[in-house]
Every structure is written in structure tokens, then in C-alpha cells.
Design a protein around this ligand. Structure first.
Ligand code: GRF
Length: 205
């Protein structure tokens, strides 16, 4: 059996994607091992689950840092000390600096609740409703400097119903987010992804 791929997961809040990833590691659905759960918020609800599972937890407040660069440098040092192969943003509500990204080139993964490149940024579900689209979805992608951009690993779709609110749509999407993230991580941990420029190619072998 291949060794388990060490992964770090970064959260800012509820952590349902983190929980799905942790559970998928535990059940062997993905060949990975969470070595660190990091949060910029000491009171992020998802941290309780990480602690329950005895996964190392580290929190670092942005307060007290004079710049984003300084905060990200410290964050990157903490993450690097755990030697993760992949860094999974799972509701990590910070825009990271270019130095952070280049320290972990092509190893930072993010999930966004829309079919990118549509509806970047906050409130993607409301943006989809406002645009009147009939189908939306979620995207798991490699993080690049531009917000909500970068090689796409996995997308999954959900219908937008006529009576949907941002909340009902978000709930329906969340289920897909969890399965999409797990599918993407499975591909990454099994070494099935090749990144070239802005494209992620999945190898079949
Ligand atoms: C998800 O909708 C994710 O796509 C977005 O933030 C939300 C985080 O939810 N980036 P959770 O903390 O994983 O439950």
C-alpha cells in the first residue's frame, strides 16, 4: 500500500468541507492523512471536530500583524513545519499573497460554490440566483494569485430551482462540494493530476 499523503486543511468557520475530507481520510476513501487543521479564527466552529479527531490544530489571528505579507509568511512557516503535500482551503476566507502561493506552487487547493469562472467572490449562490441561471455548481481548483481562478480539478453541477433562496441553494450545493472536494483530493493524492499553465489534466492510468 502506498504511504498516505499528508495534507493540511485551512478553515475560517463551520468546516463542513474539512469534516468531509477528514472523514474520507479516516474511511480510506482518499489515501491521505490530515496533519494540520489551521484557522485564522480561534473560534472557528470546525476546530472542535478536528480536536475530537486528535488532529493537530493551529490558530493564528491576523490581529497583531502589520501586513498581509507578514501574516502569510508566519502562516506559511507553520504549515511548512507539518510538511503537507497539499494545502486545502476549505472555507478559508482570506486572500493569500503571492509569496504564500509560490511557496507551495500547485499544491494549494480551493473550493468555490459556483461553476468558475462564473460568480467569483462572496455570495456566489446569490449571484447565481440574481443572474437567473438554471444550473450552477461548485469548483475545486488550484489556487493562483487571482481570486477564484486557477487550474480546475473538478466541477459538479446542481439545478437552480425557481423558488430557491441563497440559503436553500447553498445547502444543495454543499453536498456536491463535499463530494467534489473528495474526488479532487483523490486524484491529487493518487498523483493523477498534471498541471500545465492554467489547465489541470487528469491521467487515466
Ligand atoms: C463553502 O461554501 C465553500 O465553497 C466556501 O465557503 C463555504 C465553507 O463552508 N468557500 P464550510 O466551512 O466548509 O462548511
Amino acid at each position: 500500500m502506498n504511504a498516505l499523503t499528508p495534507i493540511a486543511i485551512l478553515i475560517s468557520g463551520r468546516g463542513s468541507n474539512m469534516k468531509a475530507i477528514v472523514d474520507a481520510c479516516e474511511t480510506g476513501v482518499i489515501s491521505a492523512r490530515p496533519v494540520l487543521i489551521f484557522s485564522d479564527k480561534a473560534d472557528a466552529a470546525g476546530l472542535d471536530y478536528a480536536r475530537e479527531k486528535n488532529i493537530p490544530v493551529h490558530t493564528l489571528s491576523r490581529k497583531g500583524f502589520t501586513s498581509r505579507e507578514a501574516y502569510d509568511a508566519e502562516t506559511a512557516d507553520i504549515i511548512a513545519s507539518y510538511n503537507p503535500s497539499f494545502i486545502c482551503f476549505a472555507g478559508y476566507m482570506r486572500l493569500v499573497t503571492s509569496a504564500f502561493i509560490s511557496r507551495f506552487t500547485d499544491r494549494i487547493i480551493n473550493i468555490h460554490p459556483s461553476l468558475l469562472p462564473s460568480f467569483k467572490g462572496l455570495n456566489a449562490q446569490q449571484q447565481a440566483i440574481d443572474a437567473g441561471v438554471k444550473v450552477t455548481g461548485c469548483t475545486v481548483h488550484i489556487v493562483r494569485e487571482e481570486m477564484d481562478a486557477g487550474p480546475i480539478l473538478v466541477q459538479q453541477t446542481v439545478p437552480v430551482e425557481e423558488n430557491d433562496t441563497a440559503q436553500s441553494l447553498a445547502e444543495r450545493l454543499l453536498e456536491k462540494e463535499h463530494s467534489a472536494y473528495i474526488e479532487a483530493l483523490r486524484l491529487c493524492c493518487d498523483n493523477k493530476i498534471r498541471i500545465e499553465g492554467n489547465h489541470a489534466y487528469v491521467s487515466s492510468s
